[in-house]
Design a protein around this ligand. Sequence first.
Ligand SMILES: Cc1cc2nc3c(=O)[nH]c(=O)nc-3n(C[C@H](O)[C@H](O)[C@H](O)COP(=O)(O)O)c2cc1C
Ligand SMILES: Nc1ncnc2c1ncn2[C@@H]1O[C@H](COP(=O)(O)OP(=O)(O)OP(=O)(O)O)[C@@H](O)[C@H]1O
Length: 402
Amino acid sequence: MIHDCFDELPSELRHGVVSIGNFDGVHRGHRRLLARLRTRAQALGAPAIAVSFEPHPIALLRPQFAPTPLVWPGRKAELLRAAGADGVIIYQADHRLLDLEARAFFDDIIRGRLQAVAMVEGPNFGFGKGRAGNVDTLRQFCREATMPCDIVGLVEGEGEAVSSTRIRGALREGEIEDAQRMLGRPHRIRGKVVQGDQRGATIGFPTANLESIPVLVPKDGVYAVRVHVGETPYAGACHVGTNPTFDQEKRKVEIHLLDYSGSLYGAWVEVDFLSRLRGTERFADLAALKAQLAQDVDEVRRRVLTQEQEQERSSAARRAELCSTISEWIMQEVEPSLRTTGGSFGSATLQDDGLLQLRWRFDRTPLPHERQTLLFGLEQQLRRVFPEVTAVTSTTDSMVST
Ligand SMILES: Cc1cc2nc3c(=O)[nH]c(=O)nc-3n(C[C@H](O)[C@H](O)[C@H](O)COP(=O)(O)O)c2cc1C
Ligand SMILES: Nc1ncnc2c1ncn2[C@@H]1O[C@H](COP(=O)(O)OP(=O)(O)OP(=O)(O)O)[C@@H](O)[C@H]1O
């Protein structure tokens, strides 16, 4: 459920485990937080609620520094839900909210409106006027209110915390792959196809010109992209920038879709930036431009193919990440009671079809009902908490000395 204010919150969005943040981009750091939000919510039998702001509070406080967002609000909500939130509140920030001191923010919003039962944040969380409240303040307020407060570890990339600010910086520099590593997926823009100068078709490379783009467009240059037209993806060569060859100063975003024929005027398309080919150049004549465009298209074909192979590899990495979250959950939720019966958790592996294989160690032969609990009780719980898990197998290794 998505809700856009704190007034009259429906009951599904109250009494939840809450995470608050801008969540711009819903990057890998945010997703670790949301995974914890979900496990904590599940343990407490409460909904997992993500609260975000639109526009970014800086847009109200210091508009000249307002960052261009990485995602549009609808996509942010979609990504937050896919990462584990049952409910998403996208609050239209106003001065009244931003003027609340940390104490008042906690009392009025977190306890008052949201009626939160627990909080989950990252170590660099800030709240209240001027971000005066930090995780220590939050921990203290939660302790006083006897509610759990989980602070997850920072997700880092190249030795530095992944953050929305860093991702914006990478995109502005054209470092598409760096942005993709931090996001855990390609950067996506959306825009409406409008009429260009109609020159593209005459040189054999028709282009869809995009306008009304609500998110950050990477640095000027040429990129291999994937264009989503409705449900169908197409490989594309995207040019961002002016047309110096034709002495045109207007900065445009135009895409030549490979293997596509037909009109796109008026359609909204979504575009994933996969990799950067080169900067914009001034060509001596039309023939030189056409020759370069043909090379660009060949290069796009090659790179899109490579990207698809890499995607296969990165889905293996995502599975490994999920597997470590599951292991953490088992250690927290199952291991303590298992220890009293002489058992302990061994390892977990997750296959691409969602089959989770668990290994347990027992210092004696487990009793039938203990096996039963491990196999069935836990399987049901795991499938509820981690919907990616479709089935569970358990192997018990008995360390019995004979
Ligand atoms: C993949 C690609 C790369 C491009 N690279 C350049 C470039 O380096 N320099 C340039 O002046 N124009 C470049 N263009 C822009 C073309 O000049 C432009 O597509 C053409 O002028 C058609 O414009 P129109 O869509 O407004 O009709 C590129 C276009 C595409 C699709
Ligand atoms: N790399 C990270 N690892 C874990 N948690 C993170 C990470 N980055 C942010 N968080 C947490 O996610 C929540 C929302 O963070 P928010 O989106 O405001 O920060 P951010 O991504 O660092 O953005 P910005 O660069 O704009 O500060 C906070 O609790 C924050 O501590």
